[in-house]
Write a protein that binds this ligand. Sequence first.
Ligand code: PXP
Length: 244
Amino acid sequence: MLFLGVNIDHIATLRQARYKSAQFNQEPDPIALARLCVEAGAHNITAHLREDRRHMQDRDLILLKKQIKAPLNFEMAITPPMIDFALKLKPTEVCLVPEKRQEVTTEGGLDVLTHFTKIKKATAKIQSQGIAVSLFIDPIEDQVKAAAGTGAQFIELHTGVFANSKSKTTQKKELLRLNKALCLGKSLGLTVNAGHGLNYQNITPFIQALPEVNTLNIGHTIVSRSIEVGLFRAVQEMVQLLKK
Ligand code: PXP
C-alpha cells in the first residue's frame, strides 16, 4: 500500500504572511486543516520547523502532536536545539533535512557521506526515545549506503530533479536513478519514502516507475489545488491518484 503524507508548511506560510507574532485565532489554522487532510484520507502529516520559523511555529508542532490522530512526520535540521525539541515532542518520525537560510524550500538532500558521524549520533539519540528516523537524501548509491550505515529506518528520496525535468528523456533517466536507489535502500533494510515537487501531473509516471515506494510526502501542489477545489477534495484527488 502506498501512503500519502501531506506537508502542511504551506498553510502556515500563508498565515505567517499576515500574522507574524503568535496569537490565537489566526487563519488559516494548520491544525484544523491537518485534521481535514486526515479526514480526507491523508495517512500522515508532515511539518518542518525551520530554524528561522518562517512557517510552522513551535506551538503548531505541539498542537499537531496532541490533537491529530495520524502519525506526525517532523522535518528538522540537525542542530542541538532542534534535537532537544524533537525529544520533547516525540513525533512518530523525524525526517532529518539539510537547511539553508536563503533557500525557498529544501534544495538537495543531506550529505550523509560528509556528515556521517554527526548524523549517526543524532539518529541514535532520537531513536533512543522511540522515534523513527528518516534521512532526506538524493538518489545516489553512496548516499543510500551511508544512510543505511547510520541506523536510520527510513530514507526519503529527493524527487526534485525528476519534478523539474524539462524533457521526457531526462525524466525517464531520473526515474531509473530513483528506482535504483529505492531498490538498493530496500535491499539494505530501509523503508523508502519520496517527496519534493510531486504534483497531480507527474505523480502517475512516478508511481509507475517506483511501485514499491512507501510514503509520498506532498505539499505545495495539494495546498495550491485547495484554493480551487477546497482542501478536502484536493487531498481526496491525490489519494485517488495514489490508489491507481
Ligand atoms: N519532503 C521534504 C523533505 C521536503 O522538504 C518537502 C518540501 O517542504 C516536501 C517533501 C514536499 O515538497 P512539495 O511541497 O514540493 O510537495
